[in-house]
Design a protein around this ligand. Sequence first.
Ligand SMILES: [Zn+2]
Ligand SMILES: [Zn+2]
Length: 334
Amino acid sequence: MRALVYTQPNEVKLQERPYPEVADGEVIVRIDAAGICGSDMHAYHGHDPRRKPGLVLGHEFAGVVVESRATSVAVGDRVSGNPSITCGVCDHCVQGRENLCSNRGMVGMTRPGAFADFMSIPAASLITLPAGIGVDAAALAEPAATALHAINLAQRALHRPLQEGRVLILGGGAIGMLAALLLKHHGVGRVTVVELNAARRASITAHVGCDTPDITTQALPESAYELVLDCVGAAPTRKSAFAAVKPGGVIVHIGLQDWASEIDMRKLTLAEVALLGAFTYTLADLRATITLLERGAFGDLRWVEKRGLADGLAAFDDLHHGRTAAAKVLLMPA
Ligand SMILES: [Zn+2]
Ligand SMILES: [Zn+2]
């Protein structure tokens, strides 16, 4: 079978790989669509020590089960899934917070990923798709669930309902875009997305319809947003988040482009700002997301770009050079 392999920093290659073996409790999925994630780009740039050369990347997928050695999923089932493979028995797993599992693996990281014709995965990580959900929407379930999880965490920390306040999203990649769409669906009227790539800003304006100021010419208001979602997670965005958050407001840190910076602990303390980390999602979040996608809560998804698996090299290169307006590129092996 064909697989898109990370070979060295700034290089992926289409290679012939053996058809995967199917272990007990696992299945083989024929991949119909797999999204390129920011974390795949991070690996491509050689910045992720957990993803080493020789690895098949890709963890956002939708496909059909073609072989099964599990009772919960049958051959022919259309599936998407959680790429995190969790133990089911640690304290976090038994509390339904399996995104925090102490013994987790992940497809496209600790085992071969979804940029291939076929992939093996434990059946426990899969979710069977309802008939009404298309393959593009299903492949977006992973990043959409990340956005949903972050918004749900924020909702628990906010003093007033989300709909009453203003929301600032830093970063108009897939998570930022999906978060903006979900907030709109929730009836939040005042959403601003900050994105440096002008082509992406135009796409956000066209497909989300929210405010997308060009911050190189227009300063953001200070202490003005009840909620700030940092979907970039770099020193400058953390600084912007603290400047923009309203006293008593919430910052959710979702992106993780770099790990360290000075943060405004004075404002955090005196203005009672809540700073929350958000990491992926739980199976319950994924199920809720599939239901929302089926109901069209994330819009028509026309901003998603589709390419063949063999076009993966060019797709990585275009994303690297900021040449694509699409916040999400799906690779379609079929
Ligand atoms: Zn991802
Ligand atoms: Zn666990």
